[in-house]
Design a protein around this ligand. Structure first.
Ligand SMILES: C[S@@+](CC[C@H](N)C(=O)[O-])C[C@H]1O[C@@H](n2cnc3c(N)ncnc32)[C@H](O)[C@@H]1O
Length: 274
């Protein structure tokens, strides 16, 4: 494990010791704590081989989460893979804001646009027991992953999965609309870390020339699908929030508010349908 830590460190991996431990525990199919409970246990040659293969894949840039196949999000375990974006910590904050806006004492109709692995849709369904959720994505494999996560958390009976280009196949109005759309300007994609550039689906990241293609389409569709008094919550790139807030105001939405993420960046835009 010490050798792996140094090898990862020299490859620029930010938390080399932690990742060495996570991959060793994963290749032994035990919890990370187990490594500390049995630190002298020798590895069998099969175990060594499994660990070695994971180390090489990680060092060549595959994301840790693709190797373990899971992430923790909002205290829940989710399956992840190369078909959908690996959920980010900021998106947990998006869910936190959404839960604060949603009424608890009556049924809430939620729409999650660009659901990916389904983390937002499933977490809303789990924490809002009276809710029904429509989860939309253009990617069928992503929707299958989202459905598997909904089944894992026993909320599949309250989530409707819709394959759609944003609002194209969505009907009806909603009390709460969430989206973490692709928002990276196309020209910046070559500069991204290899974990993102080479391993995340392009459709999950690429927001077009100025990064705002998806956000513009989403804002334009809100007037037909947001219920009066309903809220929309968007996650955006760190320099896009003010622009998106103006788009929402021009689109007739009220009480527009820009909120920061834990690292102090303008990251979320909230608005209400008057
Ligand atoms: C940044 S990812 C967000 C995934 C997930 N909601 C999360 O926060 O982890 C954006 C998602 O939007 C989806 N997407 C991209 N273009 C789309 C479109 N035209 N219509 C619907 N979904 C789209 C992608 O497939 C991807 O799953």
């Amino acid at each position: 494990m010490n050798w792996t830590r140094d090898y990862f460190e020299s490859g620029g991996i930010v938390q080399p010791r932690l990742e060495a431990e996570i991959l060793l525990a994963h290749s032994l199919d035990v919890d990370r704590l187990h490594l500390y409970l049995a630190p002298d246990k020798p590895l069998s040659s099969d175990e060594r081989e499994r660990y070695r293969a994971l180390i090489q894949r990680r060092r060549s840039g595959e994301p840790l989460q693709h190797l373990t196949g899971e992430v923790s999000f909002f205290g829940l375990r989710f399956r992840v893979g190369s078909d959908a974006l690996i959920p980010r910590a900021e998106t947990e904050e998006l869910v936190d804001h959404a839960l604060r806006l949603a009424p608890r004492d009556r049924p809430v109709r939620c729409l999650d646009l660009g659901t990916g692995s389904g983390v937002v849709a499933v977490t809303l369904a789990r924490f809002l027991p009276l809710s029904s959720v429509t989860a939309v994505d253009i990617s069928r494999p992503a929707l299958e992953l989202a459905r598997a996560n909904a089944t894992l958390h026993r909320v599949d009976d309250r989530i409707d999965f819709v394959e759609s280009d944003w609002f194209e196949h969505v009907s009806g109005t909603f009390d709460l609309i969430t989206s973490n759309p692709p928002y990276v300007p196309s020209g910046e994609i070559p500069e991204l870390a290899t974990e993102i550039r080479d391993h995340e689906p392009r459709a999950a990241v690429d927001g077009g020339e100025d990064g705002l293609d998806a956000l513009r389409t989403l804002v334009a569709g809100l007037s037909h699908h947001l219920e009066h008094g309903g809220h929309v919550l968007l996650e955006v790139g760190h320099n896009q929030a003010r622009h998106v807030a103006s788009l929402l105001e021009e689109g007739g939405l009220a009480s527009t508010d820009v909120r920061r993420d834990v690292s102090g960046k303008d990251r979320f835009v909230v608005a209400t349908c008057p």
